[in-house]
Design a protein around this ligand. Structure first.
Ligand code: AHR
Length: 873
């Protein structure tokens, strides 16, 4: 990093010469002792650009910092809709802390508060609720030295009688006196024309050093942005002078140290149809008739109980009823009124149903005769659009109470857009629900199982753990949408489906039992993530104060549910929840070791209170379980800093970090974990991916990830786990890009990034062998940082694994010396992932290579090479 700063210094100097605002800075010999600092926010971008500063010696000529660098941004409300900072007001208290308050919007009776020591690093935000239904405009703070009290006043313009001024007082910005109306106006704001438009804000006399620090901050950010936005598209110019290189890698195997055995895992979230319509092998869409317009926030009125269902003729009508359903969790069902038999109720599946000739399928449904409908059977068949029949079966006679009927058939031919039809062989009314179709060939042949091709593609990563069920899905969109594991176990008809926060429907058919079973099937540790008593920070339904939290009176039950989960996974079959696991067909424990609490939550008081309660309860009742905490959605900033503070204070064993960054960020942050304190919590890098404009998953993003993962292996003593995100996405239903594995109904399409994950997963070690790599005759940081190596030993299988990443447009001839190992095999297996840097189809190719304690290997331009060398016993 030191070299990085030296390089940075020269860039800053160039930037200084080119930037008119910078050029106007006084030189150090002629600096004022103190200047005026103007704090303001503009109306631009719907007030979302945050807090800006300008400085002046005389309040006449102003120099804008950045020129509109955001030193603090608002966290309130939904991304894309809120996050507004309107009329910020700042004061500095005698203890040196700066307090900033601002108005959030025109409708909520709350303002925002944040505090900072240096105007650069801000503590968590709070949004005290003042008066429900009234807005808080132009808030101001005054400080009373005599009492140490802050008085906050604001205007509420939503009063029937016109604008009214209110005030409240606080000593700590946590507890406030009730708002009361007050008289007078006290506008302490000033207005200046900075460039061309007048801006209003607060003015403060500050030491020149304060301004200098603010200038340094935005320069550093600007510098980093420039570096982190480097893309391979510019390599032909950036590296026009570069010739093929020569490198050495000297490894001292005697300096080895243990690293985590769970470094590479996967993160499964039901996003982009990853579960229903994806990994979960159910072929019928809306099998439970529970689709609801609210799944899509009411935006699609056709997204309802009828979705994906139709009638094949007009001798029958179809409506939805809710009287006496199979289970209260599954209230809607179809009622067919059959005038003349022969027509069917058809389901189109998820983009059609794919059938494979000769394979067997199981269909099941719940049915009951209504209003004395005539007793009879149902024909269940698979058909094509032009009347082709691919398979037929007949149920036993239907009775007048809800019962389950199952049939199976063999597909007569291949089909890609088949449908499932249920055809009553009688007239009268019949109720139908939970109409389901599964291939018999599921992953490991499990009932209610998984699509084998997708599941096998995941298994082939050799993940050491599976994190589930999200992501944002875990903490949900609002309190009512938090993922509750108890709703996802037991008989399918009794599970509670819900709105998926990504805008579709979650059947819960792939529930906690199936997740645990999948983990067991692929020999991965289960890592369930439970909401920390707060929903997603982007919740639209959380009430004022951002995400809201589970009411305190409900927290004991919420915590009990988490304790019950441990009993469900690990408890004896005689326990309440262990018994349910056994009833589901798994008397043996699932051997749960980890639980994630929270998902990149906004770190607020509401969060901290609930997280602490859950953490303490788990620590007391289940010290054997490793809790994984959360430190916000980014690798820096308030949530990251405050999340780490909480984790350190409580002694949380592992924290979950998330960052989606540019390839440049990964290239220039390979020392990120080198600096981590080994005495604090360990790290689970739970979500990360390299993002380029347009969000492809290509060789450039994949190699940036490969490069960074060499540094993760080097820090495998502090980084315990990692998982790329997101894992799965169905073509045509993709809510997020890039993903690791794309699929449609017929094919699974691993990405280039997938092969990087696979190469790491299949070539992990439990010991790191430190090495020193150097590029001969080249000390250009842009070149050096694009070459990275890592050497690990897998002591169980007695192999040394050398990983070499070349993100340069030229080849690197690399001499490898493995000092301290004599009994190495003379031939190693080599796998190389390379191609055009923008390639989305590059695949690894394997061969063998002569190796030994010393060997040489050519790394093609833009490549990732993995060499496995057996240690002879
Ligand atoms: O991976 C997609 C989403 O990214 C996750 O749901 C969330 O945790 C993060 O913001």
């Amino acid at each position: 990093m030191k070299k990085l700063f030296a390089f940075m210094g020269s860039i800053c100097f160039i930037a200084f010469l080119c930037d008119p605002v910078q050029a106007a800075r006084p030189l150090s010999a002629n600096q004022p002792d103190s200047v005026y600092l103007f704090a303001y926010a503009t109306n631009k971008n719907f007030n979302r650009n945050g807090l800006h500063f300008a400085w002046s010696k005389d309040k006449t000529k102003w120099f804008c910092l950045g020129p509109e660098h955001s030193y603090l941004r608002c966290d309130y409300g939904r991304w894309g809709a809120e996050k507004r900072m309107i009329t910020p007001f700042i004061i500095q208290s005698p203890d040196g802390w700066w307090h900033c308050i601002w108005s959030l919007n025109e409708k909520d009776g709350t303002f925002a508060h944040a505090a900072s020591k240096d105007l650069i690093h801000w503590k968590r935000q709070s949004y005290p609720v003042m008066a429900q239904g009234k807005n808080c405009l132009q808030p101001e703070i005054a400080y009373r030295h005599e009492t140490g009290e802050y008085t906050i006043t604001w205007i509420s313009s939503s009063e029937p009688a016109g604008s009214t001024r209110y005030s409240t007082t606080t000593l700590d910005f946590k507890n406030y006196t009730p708002a009361k109306s007050c008289s007078g106006s006290s506008n302490k704001r000033e207005t200046f024309v900075l460039t061309d438009t007048p801006e209003t804000g607060t003015v403060h006399k500050v030491a020149w050093e304060t301004v200098e620090n603010l200038i340094n901050e935005y320069q550093l950010v600007a510098y980093k942005n420039q570096l982190f936005n480097e893309q391979a598209a510019d390599d032909p110019v950036r590296f026009a002078w570069l010739k093929p290189l020569h490198a050495t890698l000297l490894v001292d195997t005697r300096q080895s140290f243990p690293i985590s055995q769970h470094l590479f895992g996967v993160f499964f979230e039901d996003i982009s149809y990853a579960a229903d319509g994806g990994l979960y092998a159910e072929l019928v869409q809306n099998r439970d008739f529970e689709y609801d317009p609210s799944d899509k926030e009411g935006n699609d009125k056709t997204w309802n109980s009828y979705k994906a269902w139709s009638l094949t003729g007009n001798q029958m009508s179809f409506h939805i009823d809710t009287v006496s359903p199979i289970h209260p969790h599954n209230p809607h069902y179809a009622v067919l009124d059959v005038a003349s038999s022969g027509d069917g109720l058809a389901n189109e599946g998820f983009d059609g149903i794919v059938l494979k000739a000769g394979e067997k399928y199981n269909a099941s449904l719940f049915a009951r005769l209504l209003n004395g409908g005539k007793k009879g059977k149902l024909t269940v068949r698979l058909t094509g659009k032009n009347g082709e029949v691919y398979g037929t079966a007949i149920t036993r006679p239907i009775s007048s109470k809800w019962e389950k009927y199952t049939v199976s058939f063999t597909a007569l031919q291949d089909a890609v857009d088949a449908r499932l039809e249920v055809v009553p062989q009688f007239t009268g009314k019949i109720g139908l629900d939970m109409i389901s179709l599964f291939p018999q060939k599921t992953f490991k042949g499990r009932t209610n199982g998984l699509r084998p091709d997708i599941a096998q593609t995941i298994a082939d990563l050799h993940p050491r753990f599976v994190r589930f069920p999200g992501g944002c899905v875990a903490h949900g969109d609002g309190l009512g949408n938090i993922y509750r594991w108890k709703n996802t176990i037991g008989p399918l008809e009794a599970r509670k489906p819900q709105r998926n926060l990504w805008g579709y429907h979650q059947t819960a058919g792939l529930g906690y039992f199936e997740f645990f079973q999948f983990c067991e099937d692929i020999k991965a540790e289960p890592l369930p993530v439970i909401a920390a008593g707060v929903p997603c920070q982007n919740s639209g339904t959380g009430g004022s104060g951002q995400q809201g939290g589970i009411p305190m009176c409900d927290m004991p039950q919420y915590i009990q549910d988490i304790l019950d989960l441990i009993e469900y996974a690990n408890g004896d079959v005689k326990t309440t929840w262990g018994k349910k696991r056994a009833e589901a067909g798994h008397p043996q424990p699932f051997n749960l070791k980890y639980i994630g609490i929270g998902n990149e939550d906004l770190i607020t008081d509401i969060f901290e209170e609930r997280f602490t309660m859950i953490f303490n309860a788990l620590k007391e009742k289940h010290p054997e379980i490793t809790v994984i905490g959360t430190v916000g959605p980014f690798c820096e900033g308030t949530d990251y800093e405050e999340g780490w503070e909480i984790a350190t204070k409580l002694g949380v064993p592992i924290v979950d970090e998330h960052y989606y960054q540019t390839p440049g960020w990964f290239i220039y942050n390979q020392d990120f974990y080198d600096k981590y304190d080994r005495n604090k919590s360990k790290v689970y890098l739970g979500e990360y991916a390299a993002h380029l404009p347009g969000r492809p998953n290509n060789l450039e993003t994949a190699l940036a990830e490969a490069l960074y993962l060499t540094s993760v292996e080097r820090n495998g003593d502090v980084v315990e786990m990692t998982s790329y995100a997101p894992l799965l996405a169905k073509e045509g239903h993709t809510h997020w890009n890039p993903d690791l594995i794309y699929f449609n109904n017929r094919e699974v399409k691993p990405t280039v990034g997938y092969y990087v994950q696979q190469l790491y997963g299949q070539n992990a070690g439990n010991e790191y062998l430190p090495g020193k790599s150097s590029l001969a005759g080249n000390n250009n940081p842009a070149v050096q940082r694009r070459f990275a190596t890592s050497v690990v030993r897998d002591t169980l299988n007695q192999v040394v694994i050398v990983k070499l990443v070349n993100l340069l447009p030229v080849s690197i001839q690399t001499d490898v010396k493995l000092d301290g190992l004599t009994n190495l095999a003379s031939t190693g297996s080599r796998t190389v992932l390379t191609g055009e840097i923008s390639s989305k189809t590059a695949k690894p190719v394997s061969d063998s290579i002569p190796v030994g304690p010393e060997f040489s290997c050519s790394l093609p331009a833009y490549s990732f090479t993995v060499i496995r060398i057996k240690i002879n016993s």
